[in-house]
Each structure stands twice: as structure tokens, then as C-alpha cells.
Design a protein around this ligand. Structure first.
Ligand SMILES: Cc1cc2nc3c(=O)[nH]c(=O)nc-3n(C[C@H](O)[C@H](O)[C@H](O)COP(=O)(O)O)c2cc1C
Length: 337
């Protein structure tokens, strides 16, 4: 591929490998690392738009401010979810006022909490309603709007192409498709071939998503779907640099090497500090635990049960950092040996 880029409305992205939104994971500190390593786009965690506007409590307000935060140079993409025009429109406006360059509508979330209110992937069961919501958001949004969806609700209703066509007609500028149905949740394998039907149905860029974890799977997903780009979610856990690496290799460039040894220690400890800063110490220590675990898993480290337990229960961040450094130092020594 010869220096491929993506155009979303008037916004040109520096490549075609994007970080997928993951609630509770792709927060500002995580997105900053993915961006620093060369991801072409990063998306904020989903914001339920009723929460955005309906008199949030103090802690909800802090959470919203944190979710809307943007520091990087890449376009700021804010994802909204909801099922009522009024909240979605206000959510889109608040996101745009907070500096969003693109508003993404979530039509892929399988969670019962979200789908019971006919939001997230449940909207795919009611295309007319989905269209009405999309039209209202596009009309109200001063910035380009994209939609993220699944293949359909279940195998009997693979209607992503139909909904993408409606969305394009309403003015949506990009569509991302997770190659699973809602009924699958995250089980089974993602299917990339059916995404091709969506690619053929619309002229706006379509992004393929699901089980893409490296250059090889990105190439396979692109070949099967003919999509314009790829979106990587869980594959970036414990290795937020992977999106940038895939982006570089798809451009025919040499990817920045994954950090190892002292570089990895510095990155993990810096990420830890950023999480403590973003969430406050008490919550930050808790939020950080899953990331630490993923870093060790991605590095192929099997920690003794006792060490892992200590890492995942220790409330004092200073002690956690010492433990992390010790474990990674030891690992670095083993790698060098
Ligand atoms: C913990 C978690 C949280 C997620 N949160 C969101 C979200 O807020 N919005 C969204 O559109 N998709 C969300 N997703 C779905 C991912 O964006 C992606 O579509 C899915 O994980 C498949 O891609 P992957 O195989 O690369 O992970 C989430 C997925 C996970 C695992």
C-alpha cells in the first residue's frame, strides 16, 4: 500500500490504523501512548449522552471532564451513545464545545445496560429509529459524524450494509464495522468478509474491526473486506504501541520498535503516573491494575501468584511502582541473558 490515508469529512488522518474505543480502557493516558507511537486516530471512551447533559453529580461531572479531555495533536473523536434525540443532540453539542473534531455514534455496544434502552447495537434492530437519531445528530453537529456498528443484531439480521447506506444518506462521513453480531457479544471469531457488503454499499470510508492484532491480521482483514482502514481494540491492551506499528507497516514504513528493557519500564511507570494523575490516587491505583497485568501478559511474563496478588491488591502506589520495576528489571535481565 502506498502511503494510504483516510479522509473523514474535511479531516485527513495520517494513516489507516485506528485505536478502537474501549470504555474503561482507552482513557486519555492510554490514548496518549497510542498516539505517541503513531496511531492514525484514537477514539474516546463512550459517553452516555443522557449523563452528559442531565445534571451530573459532582463525581459524574469529574468523569465527564476526564472523558472529554484531549491533549494530543490527532483529531479529537468523542463517542456518544443514547436513544433519545434530545440527549444525543445535546451530547453532540457539548462534545463539540469541548473540542471534538469528530462525533462518533455508538451502534455497536452489546451491553444490556445500553441495549435495553434501544441504544448501542439495539439500534440496529430498529433502522428507522437509528436513521432518525443519526439525522438529528448530523444536523446538530458542527463537526463530521461517524457511526460504529456491528454486522447486525444476529445472523438472521445482518443489516450493517442497509444501515450504513441510511447513515451515509443522512450525512455520516465514516462507518466502522465490528465483524460480529450483537448476539455474539465478543465470542467466536470476527468475520471480515461480510464487512465487504458494507464497503460496496457506501462511498464513505468503511473501517473493519474485530480480532485485528498485528500487521498480518490487518492485511487479511483489509483483503477480505476491502475496507479503507482497520480499528484495533483488545490487541492494544498491554501494548498500546501496536496500533502505531500496524499503521507504519501498512504505509510501508519501518515501525517504531516495541519498547523493551529500561524503555518498557519507563513507559509503564509513566503510564502509571498519568493514571494516578487523571483519576486521583485512590481510583487511579485500581484503574491501573488491569493495565499492569496486560503489560506483563503482553511481555510474556508469568508472575508467581504471590507477586501478582501483591500487585493487584497493594493500595500504596509507591510500593506498586517498586514491585513493577523489580518485575520488569528481572525480566529485562532474563531477556539480556
Ligand atoms: C472492555 C471493552 C470496552 C468497549 N467499549 C466500547 C465503547 O465504549 N464503544 C464502542 O463503540 N465499542 C466498545 N468496545 C468494542 C471495541 O471498540 C471493538 O469493537 C471490539 O472490542 C472488537 O475489536 P477488537 O477485537 O479489536 O477488540 C469495547 C470493547 C471492550 C473489550
Amino acid at each position: 500500500m502506498n502511503n494510504p490515508t483516510l479522509q473523514i469529512g474535511n479531516i485527513e488522518l495520517p494513516g489507516i490504523a485506528l485505536l478502537a474505543p474501549m470504555a474503561g480502557i482507552t482513557d486519555a493516558p492510554f490514548r496518549a501512548i497510542a498516539e505517541a507511537f503513531g496511531a492514525a486516530m484514537v477514539v474516546s471512551e463512550m459517553i452516555a449522552s443522557a449523563n452528559l447533559v442531565a445534571r451530573p453529580s459532582k463525581s459524574q461531572h469529574r468523569e465527564l471532564v476526564r472523558k472529554l479531555e484531549h491533549k494530543g495533536k490527532l483529531p479529537h473523536v468523542v463517542q456518544i451513545a443514547g436513544n433519545e434525540e434530545k440527549w444525543l443532540v445535546l451530547g453532540a453539542r457539548i462534545a463539540a464545545d469541548a473540542g471534538a473534531d469528530i462525533i462518533d455514534i455508538n451502534m455497536g455496544c452489546p451491553s444490556k445496560k445500553v441495549t435495553n434502552g434501544y441504544a448501542g447495537s439495539a439500534l440496529m434492530r430498529v433502522p428507522d429509529r437509528a436513521l432518525r437519531l443519526i439525522e438529528t445528530v448530523v444536523e446538530a453537529s458542527p463537526v463530521p459524524v461517524s457511526v460504529k456498528m456491528r454486522l447486525g443484531w444476529n445472523d438472521e439480521s445482518l443489516n450493517a450494509a442497509h444501515i450504513a447506506r441510511l447513515a451515509e444518506g443522512a450525512g455520516v462521513q465514516m462507518v466502522a464495522v465490528h465483524g460480529r453480531t450483537r448476539q455474539q457479544f465478543y465470542k467466536g471469531e470476527a468475520r471480515w468478509e461480510p464487512v465487504r457488503e458494507v464497503v460496496e454499499a457506501v462511498d464513505v470510508p468503511v473501517i473493519v474491526n474485530g480480532d485485528i492484532v498485528d500487521h498480518s491480521s490487518a492485511l487479511k482483514a483489509l483483503a477480505a473486506s476491502r475496507a479503507a482502514g482497520v480499528m484495533i481494540g483488545r490487541g492494544a491492551q498491554g501494548q498500546p504501541w501496536i496500533v502505531g506499528q500496524v499503521n507504519a507497516s501498512l504505509k510501508g514504513e519501518q515501525p517504531v520498535p516495541a519498547p523493551v528493557g529500561p524503555g518498557l519500564i519507563a513507559l509503564v511507570l509513566n503510564h502509571y503516573e498519568e493514571m494516578l494523575f487523571a483519576y486521583g490516587e485512590k481510583q487511579g491505583v485500581r484503574v491501573a491494575r488491569k493495565h499492569l497485568r496486560w503489560y506483563f501478559e503482553a511481555a510474556g511474563l508469568e508472575l508467581p501468584g504471590e507477586t501478582l496478588r501483591a500487585l493487584l491488591t497493594e493500595p500504596d502506589p509507591v510500593r506498586v511502582k517498586t514491585l513493577v520495576k523489580g518485575v520488569l528489571d528481572h525480566h529485562g535481565a532474563r531477556v539480556a541473558a
